[in-house]
Design a protein. Structure first.
Length: 69
């Protein structure tokens, strides 16, 4: 009986996420998460609410913010 090797995703394969938590967005931008909350409060960063009110920052919004800087 021949065994079939399991195929695992490549370690270098990247999948683009559609949204990030506030903490993850802060880590991606290299800032404190309070800075992300300030951007949200000022209307400079749009977010959406997930289950239980968790804020998610869409990937497109992060890219817009980086382009505007």
């Amino acid at each position: 009986m021949e065994t079939i090797p399991k195929t695992e995703p490549a370690a270098n394969s990247t999948t683009e996420r559609l949204a990030y938590s506030v903490q993850e967005a802060a880590e991606l931008l290299g800032v404190n998460y309070f800075s992300i909350y300030r951007l949200i409060q000022r209307g400079q960063l749009k977010v959406c609410r997930a289950l239980r009110g968790k804020l998610l920052v869409p990937r497109d919004e992060l890219l817009k913010l980086l382009r505007s800087q």
